[in-house]
Design a binder for this molecule. Structure first.
Ligand SMILES: NC(=O)c1ccc[n+]([C@@H]2O[C@H](COP(=O)([O-])OP(=O)(O)OC[C@H]3O[C@@H](n4cnc5c(N)ncnc54)[C@H](OP(=O)(O)O)[C@@H]3O)[C@@H](O)[C@H]2O)c1
Length: 321
């Protein structure tokens, strides 16, 4: 089969298409014929070696966390699915940039029928991070006020829709070019992060969902009510500031499992969640896909110039039609 592999830590230049054997499943596993895999920041972060102290990789390594496809073969202890079923899912540690991959039951759920394989592959990490960040870690409730930093990104888009539906007042930081679109998703207020300091306009909030990090995160403490929550995804919040402002902080790592994929499935099928696709690439161009999303990386690099041509949504690799 064709797969993208890397043989050492590094960046997108190391992604090579190679011919490798189709993996063999054990009795408790399933073989997926992968149709699509999406690009998540975690894929390139793992490849960079930055997380090697916590998540060591075994080389050669096949990247790719989120995927959609069909079941090709089933281990003899697995009963819930049949060969040919369309599924979507997430495998932390990679394997999805290949024509076939091995999964276990907790990594997959039925693909929402209303979505294409391209659309379905974009969802797992983004949607599950939003659910877990807002509700499991941030304890967001109806009537509360939440500020979502990076609201126009993949996670942010899901979070805005979910927080609005939960009855929260939703304030978002984003580029001016995304303002009308975020308002159409239900956001109550959109703050252009390049021209306004959010702390001078947002007022006090119950929760900040920080998808940006850096100094944006530190400044967020000043607007969270005492006892409120700061949920962070790409940087551990300062314990000192948490104490000073009496804010409860969480650094989270979302792990999409069948139970949360099921929740996402129902949101999609009820028309309550959508996520755009920015660009689709053939497998051989996975490296270019990584380069394109790296430009969106948030946090420590300061404010980039406005890119009016930037496409909103997930970048997805098409492995078979
Ligand atoms: N820990 C976890 O479980 C977990 C899970 C998923 C994602 N993450 C992390 O969460 C972050 C967001 O992921 P994503 O997939 O949603 O990213 P994405 O789709 O690439 O979106 C990033 C968004 O952030 C916006 N942005 C950049 N700087 C900003 C600032 N200073 N203020 C407000 N918005 C800003 C960008 O807007 P412009 O392009 O218009 O500037 C873009 O819309 C990444 O750092 C990712 O690694 C963590």
């Amino acid at each position: 089969m064709k797969a993208i592999r890397i043989h050492q830590f590094g960046s997108s230049e190391l992604l090579k298409t190679e011919e490798v054997p189709v993996p063999v499943i054990s009795d408790n596993e399933l073989l997926i014929s992968v149709y699509t895999a999406s690009v998540n920041h975690i894929d390139s972060l793992l490849a960079s070696g930055f997380l090697s102290h916590v998540y060591p990789l075994v080389f050669p390594w096949i990247p790719g966390t989120d995927f959609a496809g069909k079941i090709e073969a089933i281990g003899k202890n697995v009963s819930n699915f049949a060969v040919g079923d369309a599924v979507y899912g997430s495998k932390f540690g990679g394997g999805a940039y290949a024509e076939f991959m091995v999964v276990t039951l907790e990594m997959i759920y039925a693909k929402p029928a209303s979505l294409t394989f391209v659309e379905a592959a974009g969802l797992p990490v983004a949607a599950v991070t939003a659910i877990e960040g807002l509700f499991k870690h941030g304890h967001l409730q109806s009537g509360q006020k939440v500020l979502i930093h990076g609201g126009a990104g993949a996670v942010g888009t899901c979070a805005v829709q979910m927080a609005v539906q939960a009855g929260a007042r939703v304030i978002v930081t984003a580029s001016e070019t995304d303002k009308n679109w975020l308002l159409s998703l239900g956001a109550h207020e959109v703050i252009d992060y390049r021209t306004k300091r959010f702390e001078s306009v947002a007022g006090e909030v119950d929760m900040v969902f920080d998808l940006v990090g850096g100094e944006v995160q530190d400044r967020s403490f000043t607007i969270i009510r005492e006892g409120g929550f700061l949920v962070a995804v790409n940087q551990h919040p300062s314990a000192e500031l948490a104490k000073k402002y009496n804010v409860r902080t969480v650094f989270m790592n979302a792990l999409p499992r069948a139970e949360s994929l099921k929740q996402v499935y129902h949101l999609i099928e009820k028309g309550k969640l959508s996520l755009e696709v920015a660009q689709v690439y053939p497998l051989e161009e996975a490296g270019q896909a990584w380069k394109n999303i790296a430009e969106n990386l948030t946090g420590t690099t300061g404010y980039r110039p406005v890119n009016k041509d930037k496409k909103r949504g997930k970048h997805v690799i098409l492995i078979r039609k």
